[in-house]
Write a new protein. Structure first.
Length: 117
């Protein structure tokens, strides 16, 4: 599902929306720790989460440290905050859907792990 903001000027995938919802109004100390959290919580690969963060930064929705500016927290920009308000109505459904997929994935992997020698 794709979400449009301002008559289609900004298009976000469900995963991009999920990242925005998880950041919310927080300032997260490091993007790296956030990547680990999202990867563990929703069973999304770390490389995919980094890709999402960089895409959202390019779209002007996020700001976080680069090699040139260490120590800068991960947070939403003004555009990101207004986008958060727009997607908040469907946010709980989106997060619940990803959490259920993550739980099913984890259970599947645990059952396979029990048979490993």
């Amino acid at each position: 599902m794709v979400f449009s903001v301002e008559k289609g000027l900004l298009r976000l995938t469900e995963r991009e929306q999920l990242v925005i919802l998880e950041i919310g109004s927080d300032a997260i100390d490091s993007a790296s720790s956030f990547v680990g959290y999202i990867s563990d919580t929703y069973s999304i690969s770390k490389s995919s989460v980094w890709y999402l963060l960089n895409r959202l930064k390019e779209k002007g929705l996020l700001d976080f440290a680069s090699r040139d500016e260490p120590g800068k927290p991960l947070k939403l920009t003004q555009l990101g905050k207004s986008t958060l308000e727009d997607i908040n109505a469907n946010g709980k459904d989106l997060m619940a859907r990803y959490e259920s997929v993550s739980l099913a994935y984890s259970a599947k992997n645990e059952s396979f792990g029990a048979y490993r020698f």
